[in-house]
Design a binder for this molecule. Structure first.
Ligand SMILES: *Cc1c(COP(=O)(O)O)cnc(C)c1O
Length: 414
């Protein structure tokens, strides 16, 4: 089972040992039911799609408003490509920045009620950029235990000291800040937690961060477009006005249906990111056509309230029906409606059983979630219908009746 060198050259025993280590790690993953590989979806993003050649009803995308394949957004991308070509050709600070990028930044800032906004190529890179810029080496960063991996990696990359508080535990967060003697540079939290769907106690966290002279970063990847009367996300939902210590990161690849991310905040912060954030400086600017497409989807998000209203209605319907069938829903008011399972192999079995009925729901396993908390991550979109949800609920109910699924920990389930 050795992997020989393509040139036929002899490999050193040390290198063979390194290869063996990789093979063993893969093997171990398989036996623990933690092995993952991408499924191949054909055609545009949408509830009814083709998986490995078979039609399925999908409940796993983050395209919450159904904008990813919207004809007007697609048209804007085409027009943008005709006008600007495909690649931006260089980083923003070299010659990759175009009027399309500038216009989108102005429109995003306006939408968020922030002084300025700055585009990044991905949400992952935006979080790395903000955290490394605001928290220097050795400074304290305080984070929710269930924060997105990119917020954790930002603290590690910047060589900051990372302390994590229990999920959504404002008291624990405050104690960490109180014990920091003013050395906490940044408190960071997801707005909506990506694998649980619940929201952070933003007002209390913001007040605690401000009291300790720290920045506060809200990663609102799953809140933008979904929560708040105007779809501005968890801050709007919490009635929290822009503050000078408050920074919001929003992604464009979820409710906005395109790709990329932005950071919104005050001018001092944005100017600093342009000068210092390495994930902004040392990377090619996103294609200008993508910025044009995002401008159109932002307009649709603002004009077509019915998308958010429809989604809100579907969320309420799914929760009521799931509770009535005694399915283990978590306390989430967002489009993310996980069903707690616990065991990773059981979560996989359920996902496979659903697929057998033409329903696509992904099983989420460690390390994406803590050990023993594997789950099915159901996500709802404005393009689903109640009939779609009825099909999902029927399949879930049957599967839960047929498989020996243990009752999950009562504490985690609503
Ligand atoms: C998806 C996601 C990101 C990363 O955004 P990308 O644009 O996909 O890199 C960051 N934070 C959270 C909470 C996310 O769900």
């Amino acid at each position: 089972m050795d992997h020989p060198d393509p040139t036929g050259a002899a490999l050193s025993p040390l290198f063979l040992q390194r290869q063996r280590r990789l093979r063993m790690a893969l093997e171990q993953r398989r036996t623990r039911h933690l092995y993952r590989s991408p499924s191949t979806r054909a055609g545009p993003q949408g509830p009814q799609t083709i998986l490995d050649g078979r039609p399925v009803l999908a409940f796993c995308s983050n395209d919450y408003l159904g904008l990813a394949a919207h004809p007007t957004v697609v048209e804007a991308l085409k027009r943008g490509a005709e006008r600007y070509g495909v690649g931006s050709g260089a980083a923003h600070l070299v010659c990759g920045h175009t009027p399309a990028h500038s216009a989108l930044e102005v429109e995003l800032a306006e939408f968020m009620g922030a002084e300025r906004a700055l585009l990044f190529s991905t949400g992952y890179m935006a979080n790395l950029g903000v955290v490394t810029t605001l928290a220097g080496s050795g400074e304290l960063v305080v984070e929710d235990r269930l924060n997105h991996a990119s917020l954790v990696d930002g603290a590690r990359l910047g060589d900051a000291r990372l302390r994590r508080y229990r999920h959504r535990d404002l008291g624990h967060a405050t104690r960490l800040l109180d014990g920091s003697a003013g050395s906490c540079a940044l408190l960071a939290t997801d707005g909506v937690f990506s694998m649980d769907g619940d929201t952070a106690p933003l007002e209390g966290l913001q007040r605690a961060a401000a009291r300790h002279g720290a920045w506060m970063l809200v990663d609102d990847a799953h809140g933008i477009g979904v929560l708040g009367p105007g779809g501005r996300g968890t801050l709007e939902e919490a009635g929290l006005a822009p503050r000078s210590n408050l920074v919001v990161m929003g992604t464009l690849g979820k409710a906005l249906g395109t790709a990329g991310a932005f950071v919104a905040g005050d001018g001092l912060l944005i100017e600093t990111l342009i000068q210092e954030a390495r994930t902004y400086i040392y990377t090619t600017a996103p294609p200008p056509a993508l910025a044009e497409a995002t401008r159109v989807s932002l307009r649709l998000l603002q004009r077509e309230d019915w998308r958010r209203e429809r989604l809100t209605d579907l969320i309420a319907y799914f929760r009521a029906q799931a509770r009535a069938c005694a399915l283990p829903v978590l306390p989430s008011a967002s489009a993310i409606q996980p069903l707690m399972v616990g065991d990773a192999s059981m979560a996989l079995r359920i996902s496979e059983a659903l697929l057998g009925q033409g329903i696509w729901v992904t099983a989420i396993r460690p390390p994406t979630v803590p050990p023993g908390q594997a789950r099915l991550r159901v996500t709802l979109c404005a393009t689903h219908t109640r009939q779609h949800l009825d099909r999902l609920l029927d399949a879930l109910e049957q599967t839960w009746r047929r498989l020996p699924i243990p009752r999950p920990d009562a504490e985690t389930v609503e």
